[in-house]
Write a protein that binds this ligand. Structure first.
Ligand code: PEP
Ligand code: MN
Length: 271
């Protein structure tokens, strides 16, 4: 991986990225919320629920990369305004996806973290644009990408002057079709060997199955991940996107009660 001038492990100390009260690379950071922003009431319900359960950051898409052009595409600017309201009501910072290089500068006025989705991991124009932004970037792994390709994409962002890149493993495509994708949990220790950037796990899109999200979240903690990105909806059956894989507030709360002690235990046995 000789092209990783800035991203390689040897290039810098562990990257620590502060967002609100937490820091990636130091704390175990939980980002949670709906797949997409559907309405003010729905977003506020999810935001209050994840805040009450102890999440650190609110997620929610205002621009949705959908397989079909006829599926719900997100509320755009209106969605960002709703996220802003949810931030003011809960105090939670916001992570939200940006799809188009032309939108980066104004989306960054609303977002605390800019998310680059799996389908755009190698959209080099978009990577350069977020590299010029001063917002931290959550860079999801391309569903067909190797670790080397992924880290080269992080390098694009770093080389434009933005040092705050958080990697997110969200599953890769394999022949297995019981799960939506295959969670590559070995990416966590591997990424820690290869780079100083923090890495989080998305147990939602990687499994696509409610019953697997809890176990894989706990496994993510044990693997040494720096945090999680989880979908939570106050009424999953009505969700306009990814309804089958959203945790209810109750399920999320149960998971949070298991996560924090496990993380404390893992810390206690480290070294
Ligand atoms: C998302 O997190 O909302 C999303 C679309 O995920 P991915 O890009 O990993 O499919
Ligand atoms: Mn989703």
């Amino acid at each position: 991986m000789k092209n990783l001038k800035l991203a390689s492990r040897a290039a810098a100390e562990q990257t620590v990225i502060s967002v609100g009260d937490v820091a990636f690379g130091r704390d175990f950071v939980v980002m949670a919320g709906p797949c997409s922003v559907e309405s003010e009431a729905q977003t506020l319900a999810a935001a209050c629920a994840v805040k009450a359960a102890g999440a650190d950051i609110l997620r929610g898409g205002a621009f949705k990369p959908r397989t079909s052009p006829y599926s719900f595409q997100g509320l755009g600017l209106q969605g960002l305004k709703i996220l802003d309201k949810a931030r003011r009501e809960t105090g939670l910072p916001i992570v939200t996806e940006v799809l188009d290089p032309r939108d980066v500068s104004w989306v960054a006025e609303f977002a605390d973290i800019l998310q680059i989705g799996t389908r755009n991991m190698q959209n080099f124009a978009l990577l350069k644009e977020v590299g010029m932004s001063r917002r931290p970037v959550l860079l999801k792994r391309g569903m067909f990408s190797t670790l080397e390709e992924w880290l080269n994409c992080a390098e694009y962002i770093l080389s434009e002057g933005n040092p705050d890149v958080i990697l997110c493993e969200r599953g890769i495509r394999t022949f297995e079709n019981y799960t939506r994708n295959t969670l590559d949990l070995s990416a966590v220790p591997a990424i820690k060997e290869l780079t100083h950037l923090p890495i989080v796990i998305d147990p939602t899109h990687s499994t696509g199955r409610l019953s697997l999200i809890g176990p894989m979240s706990l496994a993510a903690v044990a693997s040494g991940a720096d945090g999680l990105l989880i979908e939570v909806h106050h009424d999953p059956k009505t969700a306009l996107c990814d309804a089958d894989q959203a945790l209810t507030p109750d399920l999320f709360e149960t998971l949070m009660r298991q996560l924090r002690p496990l993380h404390a235990f893992m810390r206690s046995i480290a070294d």
